[in-house]
Ligand binder design. Structure first.
Ligand SMILES: [Zn+2]
Length: 227
């Protein structure tokens, strides 16, 4: 390391986005302790796949998985908060890489052709400055190369934040929120819908329901966390 870089690193040390500890060596965005402390779920083929249980019967899908469990006081929850509400875009990409490595190991997603981040309404995107699911997809593609669908499905209705809705209101809140703008680009493809938090599954189901009308499309789902 050059003396100038070394001085810069001393004055402005890189810190873990979750616990705030100084990062060392190859650690990126999160320290190894936080990465190891994430509430990991077993592979998607293990019995009682929570992500699949939430989506079963709502639309046809090939496979669904979530990397971590989203629990109160959990590491994964802090990570998602840093991704969404503290503007940590690089953390979004890093967590996408973690999700991508899990998809690579899993094996049930090998036939996926394209990654589809859950679209944000343009107003919400303007407010936050980025779509955290799109950044997750960018990270996934770095370790598990697949094209990322941009603008093929749009969120044309502004909806209140799902996390502020009661479970019973969530389906209604996202009803007809999405529209497939370019069906020709997705026809015949195996599409992986990517989301940061799978709660009731209402948002993913609403997106999948419009996608299912595209000829020959098959759908899988990957979420960073599941409640
Ligand atoms: Zn940490």
């Amino acid at each position: 390391m050059s003396p100038l870089r070394s001085l810069f690193a001393t004055l402005f040390p890189r810190t873990c986005a979750c616990c705030g500890d100084v990062l060392v060596g190859d650690e990126r965005r999160l320290c190894l302790r936080c990465i190891a402390g994430l509430e990991y779920l077993p592979s998607s083929a293990a019995p009682d796949n929570v992500a699949e249980r939430k989506l079963l019967g709502r639309f046809d899908f090939v496979a669904a998985m979530a990397l971590c469990s989203y629990v109160k006081e959990g590491v994964a929850r802090s990570v998602v908060h840093a991704m969404k509400f503290r503007g940590n875009t690089e953390l979004c990409v890093e967590m996408g890489r973690q999700l991508g490595m899990a998809l690579l190991r899993d094996g049930r997603f090998d036939g996926v052709d394209v990654l589809l981040p859950i679209p944000l309404h343009w107003l919400r995107r303007l407010g936050r400055g980025y779509n955290q699911s799109a950044l997750l997809c960018r990270g996934i593609a770095q370790v598990w190369p697949r094209p990322v669908s941009v603008g093929d499905v749009v969120r044309h209705r502004y909806t209140r934040r799902q996390s502020l809705q009661k479970a019973s209101r969530r389906v209604e809140n996202v009803h007809r929120a999405f529209r497939v703008k370019h069906p020709e680009r997705l026809a015949g493809k195996h599409v992986l819908i990517v989301d940061d938090v799978l709660t009731t599954g209402a948002t993913v189901a609403a997106c999948a329901s419009v996608l299912a009308a595209v000829p020959g499309v098959r759908i899988s789902v990957a979420a960073l966390t599941v409640t």
